[in-house]
Design a protein around this ligand. Structure first.
Ligand code: ADP
Ligand code: 5GP
Length: 200
């Protein structure tokens, strides 16, 4: 199953993804390609595949991306390989922007879409400033973008309001756990259980 996490920059997507990845067995993070610079502490191949614009454009040309978008002036994309690698039975978590989420929705009808919302605009502003990874111009751009992005919540299956981190992480985990119990996700297990019922 593909789980797509989206929402404004600073809403807490990475933080929540990290928490849920630590708590849920068998869940993996989809490592995106990006042309933005590596931030302090980020690891190549774990947080992102950091590539040049030329490399990114050649991935587009070769049709190797499942989705891609320009976000805050940089290219970001999920490779088809990253999705195929996990296989149809595995669970993969995608932290991507809204344009990317829309593309995934077109191609992977069964994916689950989760929107992360900050409790208030002022919280988003404070979080972006205290994260301290952007210049004040970049923070301003992200905030302007957030005013537009926040309106897309209705295109998603679930909304997690990231007010108290622990509660938001529990909600996200619950969505993933509940999806794992859906009829569709349980199909293979059910077949095997039913088979056991047809013997003596
Ligand atoms: P995103 O991945 O959506 O851009 P981050 O996960 O980087 O957002 O979070 C932005 C900042 O807000 C980080 O400094 C993070 O530690 C902080 N943060 C995330 N969730 C909360 C929360 N519930 N309460 C307070 N601060 C938070
Ligand atoms: P950041 O630079 O803060 O890591 O991410 C900036 C934005 O890019 C976030 O909204 C994040 O969800 C988005 N993003 C990260 N990877 C991808 C991707 O592969 N595709 C798309 N469309 N957006 C991505």
């Amino acid at each position: 199953m593909l789980f797509v996490i989206s929402g404004p920059s600073g809403a807490g997507k990475s933080t929540l993804c990290r928490r849920v990845l630590d708590n849920l067995e068998g869940l993996e993070f989809s490592v995106s390609h990006t042309t933005r610079k590596k931030r302090r502490g980020e690891v190549e191949g774990k947080d992102y595949y950091f590539v040049s614009q030329e490399e990114f454009k050649s991935l587009i040309k070769a049709n190797r991306l499942a989705e891609w978008a320009v976000v805050h002036e940089h290219y970001y994309g999920t490779s088809k390989r990253e999705i195929e690698k996990k296989g149809a039975e595995g669970d993969l978590l995608l932290d991507i922007d809204i344009q990317g989420a829309q593309q995934i929705k077109e191609k992977y009808k069964k994916a689950v879409f989760i929107f992360i919302m900050p409790p208030q605009f002022r919280d988003l502003k404070r979080r972006l400033k205290t994260r301290g990874q952007e210049s004040s111009v970049s923070v301003q751009k992200r905030l302007e973008m957030a005013r537009k992005e926040i309106r897309h919540y209705h295109q998603f299956d679930y909304v997690v309001i990231n007010d108290e981190l622990k509660k938001a992480a529990q909600e996200l985990e619950s969505i993933l756990r509940a999806t794992r119990c859906s009829l569709d996700s349980r199909k293979m297990e059910i077949v095997s259980i039913l088979r056991s019922f047809s013997g003596s």
